[in-house]
Design a protein around this ligand. Structure first.
Ligand code: PMP
Length: 413
């Protein structure tokens, strides 16, 4: 590896010791895990937190006066505060636990839609959205007789800002865009997107599923109205996610699920609802997931998200340089500001074949449409090979990826 231009100020070997899953042999080779945009691996402290919880503390929250239930409730509400601090929300009740990004977007689409969207209104998304930030809005539009408008992008994978401005009419009730594209890596100019929408009194939802693990988030500085992300993509457990919403919106929005915990008083004639945040947390939530997520956030914060971002950018630059040496590689997503995601195709070789050969070398990449079929249609392709990096990846693993791709080209001619 040529480290002349890559000043590595990051003890990655030390970090890797925290992730037991990384130290295994796959098909006779050490695992090189490059599928971090799909889900991240878990540090030992998160695994220990979950084991310890089930071993010593398991009890349902909010409903008991006994010792275990109180301990559980405290840990759950502390977890909410940990998330609040992590994204700098003004109030802890603005942090709602959901099962993930998808559930959080569906919650807003349903609840915001019920309260604020009527026939003839419009919702604006971008052409690079994950299905999770397309389909819930389509369902809502169908229910309400509203229309979905799409901000176009260019061949580099950047949104066309002038076109965005043209879409901001009085009919628009919400703008929902991804911070970082899970396919292209593009970091969207969300500050500008939010400011401009607010100039037209339009609220904005940011899909942070691919940003929150790489870029420090301050929802108050951004002034976004909603921000959503998933625990499993930020080194926490699966089945837990966050819906951040400004209190003023969440207070006005009706609950989208009914059941225990979200109620104040229930009679057969009429039910009144609980205050935030419980109004949006019906039934037994994934409280252990929330506690695990808080541990993951503490872990990441201890390392330092700034440091993580810098190291990942160096990995990204190195991987791009290495893969660019193959003339037959075509990249998708070449915006100057990118998260650590590289999508590509090797001319004449199906992405599935590339993925299969790399797998046999112990290298895990993702192939397919990455839940972004409209984006694939835009580029007129069936799918890509996606390499998504984390701070536990190494320059040596990227060298192995490069050798693997050489092998793919040799094999398939
Ligand atoms: N949005 C983006 C940008 C994503 O990358 C993903 C996951 N690939 C999602 C939403 C959905 O996340 P989840 O499946 O965790 O709900």
């Amino acid at each position: 590896m040529d480290t002349r231009t890559y000043t590595v100020d990051f003890d990655v070997q030390h970090i890797r010791k925290d992730f037991p899953i990384l130290h295994q042999i796959v098909h006779g080779y050490p695992l090189a895990y490059f599928d971090n945009a799909a889900t991240t691996q878990k540090p030992q402290c998160v695994i220990d937190t979950i084991v310890n919880y089930y071993t010593h503390l398991n009890s349902n929250i909010h409903r008991g006066v006994h010792y275990l239930s109180e301990q559980s409730t405290n840990l759950y509400e502390e977890a909410r505060k940990t998330v609040q601090q992590f994204i700098n929300a003004q109030y802890s009740q603005e942090v709602i636990f959901t099962s993930g990004t998808t559930a959080a977007i569906n919650a807003v689409a349903f609840s915001f839609g019920e309260r604020f969207v009527k026939e003839g209104d419009e919702i604006v998304i971008s052409a690079m959205e994950h299905h999770a930030n397309i389909v819930p809005w389509q369902m809502m539009c169908e229910r309400k007789g509203a229309r979905l408008k799409v901000i176009p992008i260019d061949n580099k994978g950047e949104i066309l800002f002038d076109e965005y401005l043209k879409l901001l009419t009085p009919k628009v009730k919400l703008v929902a865009v991804t911070h970082v594209s899970n396919v292209l890596g593009t970091i969207n100019p969300i500050e500008k997107i939010i400011d401009t929408a607010h100039n037209h009194n339009i609220p904005v939802l940011i899909d942070g599923a691919q940003s929150v693990q790489h870029i420090p988030i301050d929802v108050q500085a951004l002034d976004c109205d909603f921000f959503v992300f998933s625990g499993h993509k930020i080194y926490g457990p699966t089945g837990i996610g966050i819906l951040y919403g400004k209190e003023k919106w969440l207070n006005e929005m009706p609950p989208y699920q009914g059941g225990g915990d979200m109620v104040d008083c229930v009679t057969f004639e009429k039910t009144t609802y609980n205050d935030l945040p419980l109004k949006f947390e019906a039934g037994t939530t994934n409280f252990i997931g929330a506690i695990g997520l808080a541990e993951a956030i503490r872990y990441l914060t201890r390392i330092g998200l700034d440091k993580v971002g810098k190291y990942e950018n160096q990995l990204l630059a190195y991987a791009k340089e290495k893969l660019s040496s193959f003339e037959r590689i075509q990249f998708y997503g070449t915006a100057p500001k990118k998260g650590p995601v590289i999508s590509f195709l090797i001319d004449g070789i199906h992405p599935y074949d590339t993925g299969m050969v790399l797998d046999k070398l112990g290298i895990a990449v993702r192939t397919g449409t990455h839940c972004a079929q409209p984006l694939m249609d835009f580029f007129d392709i069936d799918g890509t090979v996606r390499v998504s990096l984390s701070f536990y990846n190494t320059f040596e693993e990227i060298d192995r990826l490069t050798q693997g791709i050489k092998k793919v080209i040799d094999m398939f001619g």
